[in-house]
Design a protein around this ligand. Sequence first.
Ligand code: ADP
Ligand code: ZN
Length: 526
Amino acid sequence: TTGKESSRDKKMEAILKSSFGFSAFRPYQKKVIQDILQGKDCLVVMATGSGKSLCYQVPPLVVGKTGIVVSPLISLMQDQVMALKQRGIMSEYLGSTQTDSTVQAKAENGQYNILFMTPEKACSVPISFWSKLQKAGICLFAVDEAHCISEWGHDFRVEYNRLDKLRDVLPGLPFVALTATATEKVRSDIISSLKMKDPQVTIGSFDRTNLFYGVKSFNRGPLFLNELVLDISKYLASGGSTIIYCTTIKDVEQIFKALEEAGISAGIYHGQMDKKARAESHRLFIRDELQIMVATIAFGMGIDKPNIRQVIHYGCPKSLESYYQESGRCGRDGMASVCWLYYTRSDFSKADFYCGESQTENQRRAIMESLMAAQQYCSLATCRRSFLLNYFGEKYQSDKCGNCDNCIVSKKERDMSKEAFLLLATIQSCRGKWGLNMPVDILRGSRAKKILDAQFDKLPLHGLGREYSSNWWKALASQLISQGYLTENIRDVYRTISISAKGEKFLNSTRDDCQLPLVLPVTSEM
Ligand code: ADP
Ligand code: ZN
């Protein structure tokens, strides 16, 4: 290293201590900061809570120039600006019409270390703003939550896709993209959309070893609410805070009420509350005056609370990316914490609900694929951590983590070849044109109109599966999908099911009277 570099490294360390109060960089932080200081484009992919923000917060302080950070949400920027100001770091955000003109003028005079802005703002400020900023001195252009660039991400934002325009306006400035979403498609989309030149890609481990992962299936109703309240009171005994994420505002209100009736006090947070009430809820939770928060996902971006001990999902999120990010808000302090996901089957057939009118075919497909992966995670009989990490493209060293429900309680297994034969044969009779409901209804002997119309009531298999519930058959189907006997196909926002080559082989072996045994786990839905 040259003398200039080593004195810069010393300055970095000094700033880390004086401005942030940390004694050491995490290994990748140092490298990313050095890359940025050398003017290189960077892609930083790291789990939530791993400390990505520091990577763009330090360089501006080292060189005494402004760092620009694009961020998707005002609330997120407000939190960050507040935290930075508390550390004596000059910071503001652009994107709110009330304060923009003052902030803009100050920024042009180089008064900020870090200036946040929405992607909309970044694409709409006049070129003269950028040239004044450049004259005053700017050192990086960071794109936070960069997965919003990709149609394959779970939060696509059109304006994120236009940020490349700024490359010509800001030549030679390092672009730094940061995200906790690591799928290969999203990664390459970020690089190409931002026209990154020879980017330094830094990918950290996604493993949150202190988090326990567990999944339970449930049916909506008062019975389950009682069970949930019992579960929650058990968690409370272990101290710390709990977030309960619901998929709808209706669920938020219902759980809040159930807790209230059980004498457990909780806060509430969702998008339809007014701003003041939301801020108050947020404040009470952060200050430990409320131990439980029942909320929609409107609550969360930018929550940096170290002692959240449990994140419970009541209803499955739309993707594993969302799940990992939301559940990842617990245990930031490194202490053992738990993530429970409660799901019902209907969670997985909500693709139309997530697909707006304006979505392209690619986006609709991405939504379907995300939901299917989430479903797979729920139906899993093997290690959850290993599945999650593999899904995010990380090779997990072992197939048993010892810290998830499936690793701790090994599932009972039994020979289900008879049942599997019935299901596969029925699906074959439907000739791959249908989703799972049709064959299951046939097996259960339904005489619904759609069955009579297709004359499926005449099939010899009709009614042969009455002894099991429809959820039981669907749980079996999930196992057969994950073991490769069945294949799910996407047709727009719907799914059809068909038999794979492996499934064919199994069917034929049974027909030839030399049935292969098929031992499957007895999952919680069975
Ligand atoms: P991310 O953006 O990756 O989700 P954050 O930047 O919010 O993560 O950082 C998560 C937590 O880790 C914050 O509380 C932050 O202050 C802390 N942190 C970051 N870097 C360090 C470090 N080098 N030493 C100690 N704590 C750190
Ligand atoms: Zn495990």
